[in-house]
Structures are given as C-alpha cells and as structure tokens.
Design a protein around this ligand. Sequence first.
Ligand SMILES: [Zn+2]
Length: 339
Amino acid sequence: MTDSYARQSLFQPIGPGGQEKISCASAVVTGCGAVGSAAAEILARSGIGRLKIIDRDIVRLSHLPGQSLFTEKDARDAIPRASAAARTISQFNSEICVEGLAADINCNNIEDLCDGFDVLVDGLDNFETKFLVNEFSVASDVPWVYASVLGSSGTSRVVDPGKTPCLKCLFPDDPAPGSRGTPETCGIINPAIHAIASFQVTQVLRLIVNGEASQEVLSFDLWSGNWMSENSAGEPVADCPCCRNRDFPYLEGRLSDRITSLCGADSVQIVPAVKGKLVNLKELGDRLGKKNISRYNDYLLQAHIDGCELTVFSNGRAIIKGVKDHVEARILYSRFIGN
Ligand SMILES: [Zn+2]
C-alpha cells in the first residue's frame, strides 16, 4: 500500500490496520445516478480494493449538475454511466480495481453481478430493484447500505441480515407505483446527495474496519435544518417474510414487473409488480407539469415528455411510446412515475 491514504490511516478508528482491510475489501454500487456516483467516488478515494459499478442508464446533460464523475462529452457521446464512472475513477486512482457494467439488475443476473462482494451500496432509483437487492442481501448474508434522497431530504441505514431490520421489515407494504415523487418531478439539491453518500460510505468503512454494522439511522431535511442521526435501527421484525421467513419473491422471479413490446409500434408496456394499488393520477399529473399533459381523465393520464409519449393508467400500468427498448422504458418509468 502506498501512502496515498496516510491521512485516512491517521484517523485513529481506522488506523493502518483498518486501511489495510479497506484496501482488501470489495463493494458493488448498484445504480450510478446521483447517490451512486457520489458514493462510488468517495469509496474509490477511500481506497477500497475492488469496486464494481452497475447502472442501466447513459449520461445525460440533465445529470451533470447532480452527478459527479461525468462530463459534457460523456453526455454528447451517450456513454453508459457505469463506464464513464469507472473511467473517471481509474484516472484519479489507478491503484484500485474498478469495473463499470452497463446492465439492468434483475432476478436473472443479480447473482452473477453481485456475488462475492463484501458489501452492497444502494444507488437505485426504484423500489422494485431495491427489494430485489434486499432479498439478495438476506439470501447471501451480505450487508447493504440503503439510501433514499429527494428534494433536500434523505435517509439511510445499514441492512445487516439477521441483525438489523431489512427493507421488508421497514416497508411491509411495497410502495404503490407513482405514489412518491422522483428527482425528475420533485427536484433534488446537490448537498442532499453528497450528505447521504457520505453517510453511506462511512457505514461501509465501519463495516469493513469493525466487521459489524452500525445501528445508526440517518434522516435529514437539509433545507429546514432538521438533522436526525440516532442509534435506533433495532431488531428485525419478528414475522418479516424476507429476513425471518426467507421468502424471496423478487429474487426467485415470482414478483416482477411485466414488460412487453407492443406490436407495430415503438411502444413498450410496463405492468408493475405491485398489484391492487391505485395511482393518484391527479397528483402524478401535477408532478409531471401541466404543459406536458395532453390527456387526463378518471382512467388515464397522458404526457409528452423527453421526446416520448407516456400513458399511465390508474393501476400503474404504463405504455411508453418512442423508446428503443425495454431498458429505456424502465428508465423512463422510474424517472417520471416512480416505483
Ligand atoms: Zn426483514
């Protein structure tokens, strides 16, 4: 090990021994948007030995204000975010092993993509994939650091299987599609992104150095100045179907969105995994913006946004016209409807 991390090693809770552990450890960042790219950068600058970054999207100009590691040229050349992130990281830290993979994480590939890593770092923008990663974490007994950020608010905690609550303990009812805003529709400020990523990476370092998870939960609203960090992660819920009863519907492919191409058109239909929950179309329309809405009634909402036509039905089903493939349709769904 070089003395690149001398200052970090001087920090007594880490020390040279802890730094050695960090340089031998591995992490996979699932999703390289705002939080994922910030977390990947801090992990790389902390000297994590092996870093994998997985993301399904490409760099867009609209990403640049909030997402580190990318350039205007990446956006013009439509470079996958995972590849651009890995390239930038290798330019400022050639000592670590970094890999960027342009992939849409799902039940068929998560084992191949994430197996063998010491910790999973959440940079995902949708709850369906977060639940999938949560089940993988529990099934594989690998900790992951959940994070969520919107506007100026964020929350993060470590899920250490069997020791802390898992995501299903915290959210026994999967959130309904379109029930929450997204950064695209409600906005986000950069300090919130970096605050949550800083907390996440600190938890990763503590996991690696101390060998155990912190019980700390962070919640904040930076704009109003409410900042809460408490030692309250608690115990897993006694009858949690995931971490207690080991039922893994997302991981085993029994629960997932259904996505199909509609014949004769560049349209893709997405039927979300969560059933029986209605989308509040009026609220969704308000978030998407009046100027983008071309049709609205009790049954559906139609919007023209980012060059695509988005038709959302009250049960969360959506038809997205103008996309080139299923992955692009999923990206649009997560960006503008949210699930
Ligand atoms: Zn649980």
